[in-house]
Design a protein around this ligand. Structure first.
Ligand SMILES: Cc1cc2nc3c(=O)[nH]c(=O)nc-3n(C[C@H](O)[C@H](O)[C@H](O)COP(=O)(O)OP(=O)(O)OC[C@H]3O[C@@H](n4cnc5c(N)ncnc54)[C@H](O)[C@@H]3O)c2cc1C
Length: 309
């Protein structure tokens, strides 16, 4: 219930204005978001790299309403990748992109426009010695996102996919994508979806995650285990051992600010760990999805609204 209400709030312009301007929200935002500027994201990336962690940087923004706005997102990624290369950081750094930020939802030729923009980012990433992972968004975009991913992989085979265990279709998608060289991030899913397409109960999502992970680990791709759930982390370790995967044949992924001790612990044990580092002015949608995942954070959220009267 709370999760659904928060995810609905993520789409309300009135709630958005109230939250964005409420001072108590700021410290909480800074826990999950590295900053508003690329320089702050680079500083966070450097610090994480020094702790033996890899990074995936995300220039925050989604649902652009014009091709021009989408073009400026491409420019931001180009600058970011060039700065990563200049800073000698691309070895352990990739970028995550959202197709809705690249024009996917535009009413005319949205998918085509998003693909063209994503191609430009993939080319810039390749030139910098880095790679791209295409985030997965609302369930209505899954088919379109997987089509764009397939088209990108023709020229940029390292492009990573993301699949959401909450969707009923995902075990099948895992089978399709668990192929040689295919980087696949498996997450539980952060967007509300109807029971016709998604498992409504967390326990069902967890069971789906376990089945999907088993498929990815048994396949010949490169699984990226995006979860903070200790049970999923342990399961990944067991499945990797059972399938004879070395520590360089899969990786754990966690979000910036979530279980940082666990991130360091796993890295200290010789595991590959990548931290998803978001930055930018458009932090609102990302931030509310993080609140929706953790009831303990909601108190701060409500206080920030109450202080606006
Ligand atoms: C690297 C990465 C990339 C992702 N990319 C996508 C994507 O492209 N599309 C998408 O839909 N979703 C994405 N997600 C989000 C994902 O779908 C989940 O919503 C999120 O990871 C929470 O699920 P969980 O597996 O950590 O398990 P949960 O059962 O939600 O959490 C397990 C435990 O982790 C801790 N925890 C989890 N979330 C938080 C939080 N916000 N604050 C504090 N503690 C927390 C708590 O201790 C909790 O008990 C991504 C997640 C990661 C880690």
């Amino acid at each position: 219930m709370l999760r659904t209400a928060l995810l609905a709030a993520a789409r309300s312009p009135r709630v958005r204005r109230a939250v964005e301007t409420a001072p108590p929200t700021r410290p909480l935002v800074r826990r999950f978001v590295a900053g508003t500027e690329a320089t702050e994201a680079l500083a966070a990336a450097r610090s994480l790299r020094e702790q033996g962690l890899r990074v995936s940087l995300d220039h925050l923004g989604e649902h652009v309403t014009g091709a021009e706005q989408a073009g400026s997102v491409v420019a931001a990624y180009r600058e970011l990748l060039a700065a990563l290369a200049r800073g000698g950081l691309t070895g352990g750094a990739e970028v995550s992109v959202k197709l809705s930020a690249l024009g996917q939802a535009l009413p005319v030729d949205g998918e085509k426009i998003a693909l063209e923009h994503a191609r430009q980012i993939c080319a810039a990433a390749e030139q910098a010695g880095s790679a791209v992972t295409v985030d997965m968004e609302d369930h209505t975009t899954t088919d379109s996102t997987l089509r764009v991913l397939a088209a990108l992989r023709v020229d940029f085979p390292r492009t990573g996919a993301v699949l959401q265990a909450q969707l009923r279709r995902t075990e099948g998608d895992c089978r399709d994508l668990a192929r040689e060289g295919s980087r696949v991030r498996l997450c539980k899913g952060a967007y509300a979806a109807p029971a016709s397409v998604a498992f409504p109960r967390p326990s069902e999502v967890d069971r789906s995650y376990a089945r999907c992970l088993a498929v990815l680990m048994a396949g010949s791709g490169y699984p990226m285990v995006a979860s903070h759930d200790p049970r999923m982390v342990r399961l990944a370790e067991r499945l990797a051992a059972r399938n004879g995967r070395g520590s360089d044949e899969y990786e754990h992924q966690m979000l910036y600010g979530v279980r940082p001790d666990e991130q360091r612990r796993l890295a200290g044990e010789g595991r590959r760990v990548r931290v998803y580092v978001p930055y930018g002015h458009e932090w609102y949608g990302y931030f509310v999805r993080r609140l929706a995942e953790r009831p303990a954070n909601v108190g701060f959220f409500l206080r920030s609204l109450a202080s606006r009267g």
